[in-house]
Design a protein around this ligand. Sequence first.
Ligand code: NZQ
Ligand code: ZN
Length: 384
Amino acid sequence: MYPFTFHNPTRILFGQGRIAELANEIPAGQKVLLTYGQGSIKKNGIFDQVAAALDGYEWSTFGGIEPNPTYETLMKAVEKIRLEKFDFLLAVGGGSVIDGTKFIAAAVNFAGDPWDILTKRAPITTALPFGSVLTLPATGSEMNNGSVITHKATQTKLPFMHPLVFPKFSILDPTTTFSLPAGQVANGVVDAFVHTVEQYLTYPVDAKVQDRFAEGLLLTLIEDGPQALSDPENEAVRANMMWSATLALNGLIGAGVPQDWATHMIGHEITALYGLDHAQTLAIVLPSVLQSQKEQKKEKLLQYAERVWGISTGSEDTRIDKAIRKTREFFEQMGIKTRLSDYGLDATIVPKLVDQLEQHGMIKLGERRTVTLEVSRQILEMSV
Ligand code: NZQ
Ligand code: ZN
């Protein structure tokens, strides 16, 4: 196991009815800006629950944050905050709203163009405090310090991370997810699955706890993911999905182990250019990454085959191929297609995507930095 520092300051309030406790989490007297997406919270009653819990605070709203939140929209919130002087942000929604709120929090007091935070890793020295009410288990944004923002004008989607943008608290009420459309439930399961895989399917460093923990998350997602689709109001199933997604990317399973992230970085380019959902891109790219990096990932792929899919007979090659096939079948079972061609895209897009990767410095990806632009090109060609 590699040396690591692990610190996660986000307080989690998990369970049905916890939104009512908001006032215990936001200091009295703070002027609060509630940020949200494109209106789902107004239809499913979550907005009303939050509004009731904010009784006694001075508060206002900023809506319209889109899936794959854009710099252009978020800067409007920044202007509003600078003008009206809010002290605390409350993100109510999925990963996009929470990621967007992290950017807003960091941008408000940033001197210069806040887009530099993404392109130039410009240092952030202050951020507004914020909390979240999660409505879509997927990204882990509710308990991490990462955020992914899109610049619409340049079709650029880039991540940033900073210790100042951990949420102060996140409320995870599994019943808020009952209203999710099936496609978003599936997206969430696939995203959490791929987060786990990107920190687990690398090479062994004798990190038994992280490995067993990751395998537990994968098995839970495989068992309960399909049930979340077939039995959508099953609170126990939703609770398992919600907590798995949070734990998949809150730093715990990634501490002290090598990490991959090639699938995510390639996937971000597909979303930026062609608008596919984040999880759709992962379902397309991951099987090809595993196939392409079979040698580099051999030991962990064999472990994954045995412990997650129960595959223990046959040659090493056969076991690995079967595990990759099972992974693809699982995504398809969740209703997420796994080929670029399923989304009307063909091999002609590959050079454009490789160009984008180059422009964004994504030229040596993967845990061993073996995913060069040439390898990414092959991975994309295999994904058609
Ligand atoms: O905008 P509203 O109206 O709220 O509707 C949303 C949106 O259309 C809807 N939705 C959310 N909760 C709902 C609901 N509909 C009904 N009932 C509910 N309870 O679902 C749609 C998708 O929402 P979005 O927030 O975009 O999805 P997700 O949580 O999957 O977030 C995706 C974004 O997170 C980034 C992705 O790149 C993408 O931009 N990621 C963030 C990460 C992080 N911060 O660590 C890591 C991830 O790998 C990922 O890159
Ligand atoms: Zn993801």
